[in-house]
Design a protein around this ligand. Structure first.
Ligand SMILES: C[S@@+](CC[C@H](N)C(=O)[O-])C[C@H]1O[C@@H](n2cnc3c(N)ncnc32)[C@H](O)[C@@H]1O
Length: 254
């Protein structure tokens, strides 16, 4: 299948960050100097993008902003889903109500929507922005989440990163292994912890504790999620909340 991830210049911010606009001020922080960036400050460009992706691709994703969401939804075909990226470390803005999330429109390919057609994945992701560098660069966790929602399988799908920018999306995609398939990176959960995971009740605090114990014992996120019957996003979130980083993260990374 052909899958397209589109992370276009955001409506109303295109020339500012990717054209000859002001960036933070006096051009500071501007990431690019694209001669046609201004085009993306027109709603028509975003509507045409939806039409193009729908015509060309089997599945697609568009990164957007809360302000542009009504426009996209007005023109998106039925069946398109909205997923939420919560930017844990969003930069404070001048607004009283601080914007800390971004929508992602997702067109899941036919045959990949039903339960059991792929790995379970949440329609919300909490992940921090990568500090510094190219304005608008997406963290690897964002790309992996989007690809999981699309049911991306590198063995059978062709993936297009329609707005490469820093190249972060393509780089993360190259490191992606389909969580639904067995990979050499999957580390099984040791038997004692696996037993404990199966014994604990779904949604209970002890399930969370058992998940963390299994991660500490060396199980990968994917293997632990599968044993616990929860999504990899949930395990990632618990892992993050428990501060399993650094040396531990190497042992438990998916
Ligand atoms: C939001 S950024 C993409 C960021 C990228 N996903 C990343 O993680 O680094 C949008 C990109 O679209 C480029 N762009 C701007 N105007 C464009 C145009 N008219 N046609 C194609 N690309 C354009 C910008 O220069 C910028 O590199």
């Amino acid at each position: 299948m052909l899958l397209i991830v589109a992370d276009p210049p955001y409506l109303g911010r295109a020339n500012r960050w990717y054209g000859d606009g002001r960036g933070h001020s006096d051009g500071r922080g501007r990431a690019d100097d694209h001669p046609e960036a201004r085009e993306w400050d027109r709603p028509e460009a975003h509507i045409a993008l939806v039409d193009r992706l729908e015509a060309e691709a089997d599945g697609w994703a568009i990164a957007a902003t809360p302000a542009s969401l009504p426009l996209y939804l007005e023109h998106a075909p039925a069946g398109v889903r909205v997923a939420v990226w919560l930017k844990e470390n969003a930069i404070p803005s001048g607004s009283r109500i601080r914007p800390v999330w971004e929508p992602v429109l997702i067109r899941v390919p036919q045959g990949r929507t039903a339960h059991g057609t792929g790995v379970a994945v949440d329609d919300a992701l909490s992940a921090g922005l990568t500090a510094g560098g190219f304005a608008g660069r997406k963290p690897a966790a964002w790309t992996h989440w989007v690809l999981a929602m699309l049911g991306f399988n590198p063995d059978v799908d062709e993936l297009v990163d329609a707005f490469p920018g820093s190249g972060a999306v393509a780089t993360a995609a190259a490191n992606y292994s389909n969580p639904g398939t067995t990979s050499t990176r999957r580390r099984e959960v040791p038997a004692t912890q696996a037993q404990q995971l199966r014994r604990t009740a779904r949604g209970s605090r002890s399930r969370r504790a058992a998940v963390l114990a299994a991660l500490r014992a060396g199980g990968s996120v994917r293997a632990v999620a599968a044993e616990a019957g929860v999504s990899t996003n949930t395990v990632q979130r618990w892992k993050h909340e428990a501060g399993l980083t650094g040396a531990n993260a190497a042992a438990v990374d998916s």
